[in-house]
Write a protein that binds this ligand. Structure first.
Ligand SMILES: Cc1cc2nc3c(=O)[nH]c(=O)nc-3n(C[C@H](O)[C@H](O)[C@H](O)COP(=O)(O)O)c2cc1C
Length: 209
């Protein structure tokens, strides 16, 4: 089954290693993951006063409209000063409001952080995860993806990961993410069918009582 995935990259840098990791994930599962990169660099800083306006900022409308219909979300981000980059946190906040209209609600997600350093963005990864918990996004548990020692050298001239242990891990991750999104959506479908069936049975039993 094919799923629409929004990819949110926490770096605005043209040569971003995280964007290239995201592109590699899309290329690995392009059979079943229909990925689109959602821009976040043009989102004005979130201000709760906007929530009350009849007309939301244009970039907010565009961003929310792009995320709302997808089946899953993949966050791929650097770590800045052991935390989540401000531009990504801003996008998460913009998508979460106005209250009661979050575009993130119930969307299965995965979080990948990549860094030239040795900790692989662990701090940022878990800060994003913390927001996802509050936003009611079921987040893939394994494999965890703190990609360390990722540099320009990790990619070929087409921006794809070169063969090696990093590509092996990212490949495993891409397959697991597809399976995770699939499992969440299929389980919900089954639960909905079960519940509809139970309601029908209850109605029939009432008729014959
Ligand atoms: C403001 C700033 C803070 C950074 N802090 C960290 C950090 O806490 N941990 C880390 O592993 N790398 C840190 N780095 C290095 C980034 O991991 C590196 O620049 C990386 O290439 C950024 O990701 P990108 O290539 O996707 O833009 C920092 C870089 C910047 C610009």
């Amino acid at each position: 089954m094919s799923y629409k995935i929004a990819i949110i990259v926490g770096s605005l840098r043209e040569g971003s290693i995280n964007r290239r990791v995201a592109q590699s994930i899309c290329a690995i599962r392009n059979d079943n993951l229909d990925c689109s990169m959602v821009q976040i660099g043009d989102l004005p800083l979130y201000n709760q006063d906007y929530d009350a306006l009849p007309n939301q900022p244009e970039a907010y409308v565009r961003f929310r409209d792009q995320v709302r219909p997808v089946d899953g979300v993949l966050f791929v981000s650097p770590e800045y000063n052991r935390g989540v980059p401000g531009v990504l946190k801003n996008a998460i906040d913009v998508g979460s409001r106005p209250y009661g209209h979050s575009v993130w609600d119930r969307k299965p997600a995965a979080i990948v952080t990549a860094s030239p350093g040795s900790i692989g963005g662990f701090g940022a990864n878990h800060q994003i995860r913390q927001s996802c918990v509050f936003l009611n996004m079921p987040v893939m548990q394994q494999p965890e993806a703190y990609l360390s020692h990722v540099t320009d050298d990790s990619f070929d001239e087409h921006g794809q990961l070169k063969d090696g242990p990093l590509k092996d891990l990212v490949t495993k991750l891409a397959h697991s993410f597809h399976d995770w999104v699939d499992m969440i959506h299929r389980s919900r479908q089954l639960l909905a069918e079960d519940s509809a069936h139970a309601s029908q049975q209850a109605a029939k039993a009432k008729e014959h009582a």
